[in-house]
Design a protein around this ligand. Structure first.
Ligand code: ZN
Length: 300
């Protein structure tokens, strides 16, 4: 892409802003008429097991904040797995390679209980800050670590903090991954286009609205405080599901073991599962299974 770095955005020629917008774009929507076994709604729950990597990726060495990350392993994951098991719900866990190396037993348990493990960066790095070769190397090595630890090669990626570099999609396609789950152009799955061309990679879209972190995060030495009570967060997630059910679509959710795995919050997950289960025609599936179904039904 030719571009003049000295120009301000309002001075850019059309070619320049079009090229930026078209680098990664939503292509064909991929929404089946009906879901698996005739279900009217698919439910894809996900958990990003960041644990200590949120601190490490900032080059932080705060023992206090690292201990908050460790809570994700010691308390968050077991509470979440117990709820999923009790209700027979499969889910997807996106795991930075460093988390997998710190807690291989956790990943083996997650996999043994029937859940999917997907790529979530090396150390939760912001990939837009990396040169192409470093990003590519980390993404490849992350897949290798997860495969070695959990025994299955991952088929999907969720980029850390949903940061997406101009090279991310090319790397994902090169690796032959089935899907990405970091972008936000739709509520339904869609095919990802790169520079206007189909890539064969499916996007299973996320949104900050369906992410526990934005409502609950806290920074002791800044003004950031949780601004939504757990009941409010439950209500938002419930309404997102209600809409998906009404529209015969997909309900996707992102939670974090070190954020929602607390006594006063983890009930949100269980209440939500109970509420969803009170509806007929709901299919709980991993992100990978949703994408496989969509590829088979829509792409042919
Ligand atoms: Zn994360």
């Amino acid at each position: 892409m030719k571009e003049d770095r000295n120009l301000q955005p309002w001075q850019w020629p059309e070619e320049q802003w079009r090229a930026i917008v078209n680098r990664v774009r939503a292509g064909r929507p991929q929404r089946p008429e009906r879901w698996h076994n005739g279900a009217r709604c698919a439910v894809a729950l996900s958990f990003d097991s960041d644990h200590e990597t949120n601190e490490l990726r900032e080059a932080g060495e705060s023992i206090g904040r690292l201990s908050q990350g460790q809570y994700g392993n010691r308390q968050g994951i077991p509470r979440i797995l117990e709820i999923l098991k009790r209700h027979g719900v499969p889910a997807s866990f996106f795991v930075p390679a460093v988390t997998a190396l710190l807690y291989p037993d956790e990943q083996r348990r997650v996999a043994a209980e029937g859940h999917e493990i997907g790529i979530h960066g090396w150390i939760h790095e912001r990939n837009s800050e990396l040169p192409l070769e470093a990003e590519r190397d980390l993404q490849l090595r992350s897949a290798e670590v997860l495969e070695n630890v959990a025994g299955t090669r991952p088929v999907g990626i969720r980029t850390p903090s949903w940061v997406f570099s101009p090279n991310t999609l090319a790397i994902t396609r090169e690796m032959g991954l089935l899907y990405d789950s970091s972008l936000m152009a739709d509520v339904d799955c869609y095919e990802l286009l790169m520079d206007g061309k189909e890539t064969g990679v499916v996007e299973l879209p996320v949104e900050w609205i369906r992410d526990d972190a934005v409502y609950f995060n806290m920074n002791r030495f800044a003004a950031l405080r949780p601004y939504t009570p757990p009941e409010g967060v439950f209500d938002i997630f419930k309404r997102e599901f209600d809409g998906a059910y009404r529209e015969c679509g997909l309900f996707q959710l992102t939670m974090h073991p070190h954020i929602s795995g607390y006594r006063s919050r983890v009930w949100i997950l269980e209440e939500l599962i109970r509420y969803i289960r009170s509806h007929t025609g709901v299919w709980f599936a991993t992100h990978a299974d949703v994408v496989r179904y969509v590829k088979q039904e829509v792409s042919g």
